[in-house]
Design a protein around this ligand. Structure first.
Ligand code: NAD
Length: 697
């Protein structure tokens, strides 16, 4: 079906846009609008034109399926369409329902009149992709709703319901009931009253205090968004709408600023994350049409740190959860923690006490496996010991109904082995939540060797319902995220041996953009966890060198925040990491003991050793097929590990530096007599792509 249709109703031409799902402004749609306008102008019987979308969207903006293809800018491009609309010799009325965003809103503002349903969603979200509205949005919106409000919308990119903008010139009329009927009635008035061709470009903006206003805004924006260039350019474009001599001058400024943003690494990173989020849900051998299993009743095993958070995800969407523990006191403790979490939301005014009661009522606490019979899916979050997992999965196998999904939240154990504890390995899957599970966006969905396709598809769909970014991982030690972080932490410890302090390392990567440096992060997670893993590694891989400096710390009982002492000191009740001279001395003594002359290490070396450690392990993970695509790895880091969004993730960052340069840096690091000589051997995939001048993403 064509993405536009043209019909006449008396003296009105109606151009309907129909390019599911949200009327993305693809080439065919753009051409259809222009052709419709030409037909209307050629027909003497037509007096007025209505441009309308579907109930779901007038238009959500650019067609993302065309991104990166020549079709994006092919004529008629968006600006040509808007100019054609504005120059049409017969009045054009935009009839707006549903999403009217980005290029869609710019299209509407090119029309002479706009009528809208009250619940249409209005936004210029380009800033979220590191861009600015480049189809006249920064010039027309300030003319229609005033520069202050327009600046707010353009800087935030957030959706504003049309009803809130009803009093502005953006809308000539709000419509109740059927949109087309309302638009046709409005069209009748335009003809009857011989209303003029109202062009937004002709509106003069009056703003007495413009200079002071924009200076104040510049100061605020520069403080609020340190690492992203787009907000400031958005601001300058809106300022140009007010201060330029003519509309066309303002448009030229908008164009120039847009073109400056397009190639920035920050914009590339934000677009990479936007597409990465969408790509992560696609699994090549599991088509979108895979039938899903019904999941309406959930069960969770273990009401500890993770079980409690996992439970909250489901009761938050109104799904009943049977929560099983071995002992009543553990169950009571778990329930009390969940309630305490909700109570803090009540205190912040985000929830009412009644809502908390409603959600808590969805939990059915139990000590008996018999109560799990009705559940469609169960997520196990018991102690991380294979013997305990075996016991639990054997019991689940005995009681769960046929077809139920059996998931494990294990972070390190072999999901294939866990599946073999049951007679239905096809129904077993890993769901690796991140702590706090009710807050963190990331969910690694671990696909076992036997996991059925519909089990995987159902789990991915469920993840979307609880608003997680789900990334598929194959089975390996640590899955995607933790397997990579182990190499990052190894490097961080080598840096200490060689001359850095915990604070220096943390500060360098935090300045670069990481939410938390490796030592603050370890103190938060508990240094004993990494210690336990290392002790296993010393036995499994005796030939691989690990720094023992972290072991020294743990031998002193400095497990991190929970013990008040770790790589830093923590004062009671506070989370601020205070550098501790005792740790610095311990680090220096350790260097002496192993015969290292400490040296001053620069921030760039610190950052690149840590980030390229992630990239190199990521390339191995990609090559082994543990991750489906490089952007999945980046999504894991962006949503689960506090990686800065403007850097796009460890894989995109390496691409930005250039893989050849990454390899050169790795070769330099490898000449360092300290560390593990094998550490910097490039992953074969990385070496190959670098040699071919290609990239990872
Ligand atoms: P936890 O010690 O806080 O909670 C475990 C709970 O399981 C306890 O309440 C315990 O009473 C209960 N339990 C133990 N054996 C049981 C059994 N046989 N039947 C029912 N309940 C039983 O541990 P946690 O941190 O919540 O970790 C749980 C799982 O989640 C582990 O596999 C862990 O590796 C994984 N995980 C933890 C984190 C984290 O940051 N804590 C992150 C991701 C995954």
């Amino acid at each position: 079906m064509s993405s536009t249709s043209y019909e006449t109703k008396g003296n009105v031409a109606v151009i309907s846009m129909n390019n599911p799902p949200i009327n993305g402004l693809g080439h065919e749609l753009r051409t259809g609008i222009v052709e419709g306008l030409m037909a209307a102008q050629a027909d003497a019987a037509i007096k007025v034109v209505v441009l309308i979308g579907t109930p779901r969207a007038f238009s959500g903006g650019a067609d993302i399926r065309e991104f990166g293809t020549p079709k994006t800018f092919a004529e008629p491009n968006l600006n040509t369409v808007i100019r054609t609309l504005e120059a049409c010799t017969k009045p054009v009325i935009a009839a707006i329902s549903g999403a009217c965003m980005g290029g869609g809103l710019e299209l509407a503002m090119g029309c002479h009149y706009r009528v809208a349903l009250k619940d249409a969603q209005i936004a210029l979200p380009e800033v979220k992709l590191g861009l600015l509205p480049g189809g006249g949005g920064t010039q027309r919106l300030p003319r229609l709703i005033g520069p202050e409000l327009a600046l707010n919308m353009i800087l935030s990119g957030n959706i504003v319901p049309s009803a809130k903008l009803a009093g502005t010139q953006l809308f000539d009329q709000m419509v109740d009931g059927d949109l087309l009927t309302g638009a046709l009635a409005f069209a009748g008035n335009v003809v009857a009253e011989n209303l003029p061709l109202k062009k937004v470009r002709d509106i003069k903006i009056k703003m007495a205090n413009a200079d002071a206003f924009f200076q104040f805004a510049r100061n605020s924006v520069s403080v609020a968004v340190r690492n992203l260039p787009a907000p400031m350019k958005c601001l300058e474009a809106v300022a140009a709408a007010v201060t330029s001599k003519s509309f066309d001058d303002g448009m030229r400024t908008e164009r120039e600023l847009f073109m400056q943003l397009l190639p920035t690494p920050e914009s590339r990173a934000l677009r990479h994350a936007f597409f990465g989020e969408r790509a992560a849900s696609k699994i090549p051998d599991v088509p979108d049409t895979t039938p899903l299993r019904k999941v309406e009743k959930m069960a969770v095993i273990g009401a500890g740190t993770m079980g409690g958070g996992i439970t909250m995800n489901f009761i938050n969407i109104g799904m009943p959860v049977t929560l099983l523990e071995t002992k009543q006191d553990a169950l009571d403790r778990g329930l009390a923690t969940i309630r305490k979490n909700y109570d803090s939301s009540v205190k912040k005014g985000r929830m009412t006490a009644a809502q908390v009661d409603e959600r808590m009522a969805l939990i059915k606490p139990t000590l008996s496996y018999d109560d799990l019979k009705e559940a469609d899916m169960v997520i196990e979050a018991v102690f991380e010991e294979i013997g305990v997992k075996e016991q639990v999965f054997k019991q689940l196998d005995a009681v769960m109904k046929p077809g139920a999904i059996l998931a494990s939240n294990t972070s390190t154990l072999d999901v294939n082995k866990i599946a073999q504890f049951t007679k239905r390995p096809q129904d077993v899957i890993g769901t690796h939540f991140f702590s706090p599970a009710n807050v963190m966006k990331l969910l690694e969905v671990v696909r076992g060797a036997a996991t059925a396709k519909d089990v995987l598809a159902t789990t991915m769909a469920l993840a979307k319902k609880i608003k997680k970014t789900a990334v598929v991982s194959g089975v390996c030690d640590g899955f995607i995220g933790n397997r990579m972080i182990e190499q990052y932490i190894r490097q961080a410890l080598f840096l200490l041996e060689e001359g850095a302090t915990p604070k220096q390392v943390d500060r360098a990567v935090e300045k670069w953009g990481m939410a938390m440096g490796p030592f603050r992060m370890s103190d938060l997670a508990g240094n004993d966890i990494g210690w336990a893993i290392r002790k296993r590694r010393y036995v499994e891989y005796p030939h691989i060198r690990y720094s023992r400096i972290g072991d020294r710390l743990c031998e002193q009982g400095r497990f991190g925040q929970k013990t008040g002492l770790g790589w830093y000191r923590y004062e009671a009740g506070k989370r601020d990491a205070v550098p501790d001279p005792a740790v610095e001395k311990m680090v220096e003594d350790y260097s002496k003991e192993i015969g290292v002359t400490r040296r001053k290490i620069g921030d760039e070396e610190i950052v690149h050793r840590l980030i390229f450690a992630l990239t190199n392990e990521g390339a191995k993970i990609l090559e082994e097929g543990i991750a489906l695509r490089a952007s999945d790895i980046d999504m894991v880091y962006l949503t689960g590990y506090g990686f800065p969004i403007h850097r796009g993730g460890p894989m995109l960052y390496a691409d930005e530096i250039g893989l050849y340069n990454v390899i050169l840096a790795m070769r330099r690091f490898a000449t360092n007599p300290r560390g593990d000589p094998g550490f910097w051997t490039p992953a074969p995939l990385l070496a190959k792509l670098a040699a071919e001048g290609k990239s990872l993403t």
